[in-house]
Design a protein around this ligand. Structure first.
Ligand SMILES: [Zn+2]
Length: 82
């Protein structure tokens, strides 16, 4: 059985979920998902690597992915995954 692939919103490569950080817009705020807590809503994925995380912060990729202004704190939170 093949693992479902998700696309990174920065580099556009498709990867297995365990190589990605999942972000979900739920009830007006953006959640960086972990396995303990599940959120439902529009999701985007970013590779769990320095280059994609840094690029997403620099290009504000999440603003585009979610079509809204994403607060700096969310980007700060993302860089903790590096
Ligand atoms: Zn990527």
């Amino acid at each position: 059985m093949s693992e479902p692939l998700r696309m990174c919103c920065v580099c556009r490569q498709k990867k297995p979920k365990n190589e990605l950080i999942r972000l979900t817009m739920s009830e007006g705020s953006l959640h960086i998902n972990n396995d303990k807590q599940k959120y439902f809503g529009r999701s985007a994925y970013i590779c769990k690597n320095e280059s994609c995380i840094n690029a997403s912060v620099k290009k504000r990729s999440l603003n585009r992915a979610f079509k809204r202004e994403i607060p700096q704190e969310t980007y700060d939170e993302l860089t903790k995954f590096i």
